[in-house]
Design a protein. Structure first.
Ligand SMILES: [Zn+2]
Length: 427
């Protein structure tokens, strides 16, 4: 039984006073921290005053789309989808998807993400296998757009069913969700079928919703209802439901979400870049909606850094409301860690409490962005000033995946080369 222990470290997590001392893990679980003894036989690491932090949890993304980073910047969402993304996605094959996925996995690990949610229409099984192999945690969904023949749409549900059978619960690291793309790309009958599948299998239901005013306007025109009201009426709120975006919603929608424990993946950077709006993050918190943070894909962000996502999520509401107290660093950090993990069905991940899964980062605060150095300022430094390269090492389920910025389960140089080569064929 392998035990690892770090001496002379600060254990810092949101909402708790920092602890100085030892940090001990046994196999895939955190044993204790601070004033805790190092068991005999442990592999002991010198911590040099570094910070042990909970891993980041990215609640919404499309890994394969990393290959489209920088394609069609500065366009409206609908134009960008129709003129840039969908034509390229039509050309994409499994090899392109794999190259984009690996690029995203490299970037997520190097920026301290330990757990992520992904929905995409291509290479989904491959992403599940790769994630299992390299040691990360994820919720994987087959993104389903319901156009075309009924048999083609049924095949998408069948693919989801088979993913659930093969990967849901694997090694306590993989989960599968049912992922209809959006209310505007899936007709009501299909959304209900997806909802029933999620209900029967007891898995998370995930969809984009109310991202732009244009989408909401069009939905009201087509169905006479706001997309949130429509999803509610179709019975989707009876599931464990995670909505991506929810930018253009009313108080009544947030109240409905809070009452049904419906969660929102807040994608502030992507919404800002696409000019979709500022998510009503402060209102969501006020109304008691469960919130996690997501980067969306590198095609609309254009990176997968959760530190940057936290910064924007904290900053934009302050600017919009002309109120610096509109958000608080510690609360945003919670959403980027423990709350996100809870929403994705990995309770305890994103926390450093004894008994929690050993998913954590080792960060070096000895750089200008975190000086004056103080572990009490960890939330402030992380959200308002630190850069992702402060993250030196990443451990997930007690396995080391990055050591001193070197990835141990992915060949970074090869991944970057393959992604660059593969993207060239798409443009
Ligand atoms: Zn998305």
């Amino acid at each position: 039984m392998t035990i690892h222990a770090w001496k002379h470290v600060w254990i810092v997590e949101p909402g708790k006073a920092p602890l100085y001392g030892n940090f001990v893990i046994q196999e895939e679980t955190i044993l204790g921290s601070g004033d805790v003894d190092i068991p005999e036989g442990a592999v002991v690491h010198e911590g040099k005053g570094r910070w042990i932090l909970p891993g980041f949890v990215n609640t919404h993304g499309h890994a394969a789309a990393s290959l489209m980073r920088g394609a069609g910047d500065d366009m409206m969402l609908q134009d960008w989808l129709e003129q840039v993304m969908w034509p390229r996605e039509k050309q994409m094959n499994e090899h392109h998807a794999a190259a984009g996925q690996d690029l995203a996995l490299v970037e997520m690990l190097k920026t301290g993400t330990t757990t992520f949610l992904d929905m995409y229409h291509l290479g989904v099984r491959r992403l599940a296998e790769k994630t299992a192999e390299i040691g990360m945690k994820a919720v994987i969904g087959r993104g389903m757009i319901s156009f075309g023949s009924d048999s083609a749409n049924q095949a998408k549900l069948e693919e989801t069913r088979s993913l659930i059978k093969d990967f849901h619960g694997y090694d306590n690291r993989l989960r599968v969700c049912v992922a209809p793309h959006a209310p505007y790309t899936c007709p009501p009958a299909f959304l209900q079928q997806a909802s029933e599948l999620a209900h029967t299998e007891g898995v998370l239901l995930h969809t984009h919703c109310a991202e732009t005013t244009q989408e909401v306007r069009q939905h009201i025109k087509s169905y006479g209802l706001h997309p949130v009201d429509h999803l509610y009426q179709l019975g989707l709120f009876d599931n464990e439901l995670l909505l991506a975006h929810a930018v253009h919603v009313q108080d009544s929608h947030l109240e409905l979400m809070a009452a049904h424990r419906t969660a929102v993946a807040v994608n502030t950077v992507s919404n800002a870049k696409l000019g979709s709006g500022i998510p009503p993050y402060v209102k969501m918190k006020e109304k008691g909606v469960r919130t996690g943070l997501g980067t969306d894909s590198a095609a609309s962000n254009n990176n997968l850094s959760m530190i940057e996502e936290m910064r924007f999520t904290a900053m934009l509401p302050k600017a919009y409301e002309q109120n610096p107290a509109a958000t608080h660093a510690g609360s945003v950090w919670q959403d980027a860690t423990v709350h996100g993990a809870d929403i994705l069905g990995f309770p305890g991940s994103g926390s450093l409490a004894p008994g929690s899964p050993a998913d954590f980062l080792i960060a070096d605060p000895q750089q200008s962005f975190s000086v004056p150095f103080s572990p009490e300022k960890a939330a402030s430094h992380l959200v308002y000033s630190m850069q992702s390269d402060a993250v030196k090492s990443v451990w997930i389920s007690g396995r080391e995946l990055m050591r001193e910025r070197e990835l141990l389960t992915l060949d970074e140089e090869k991944v970057l080369y393959e992604a660059d080569k593969s993207a060239a064929g798409l443009l």
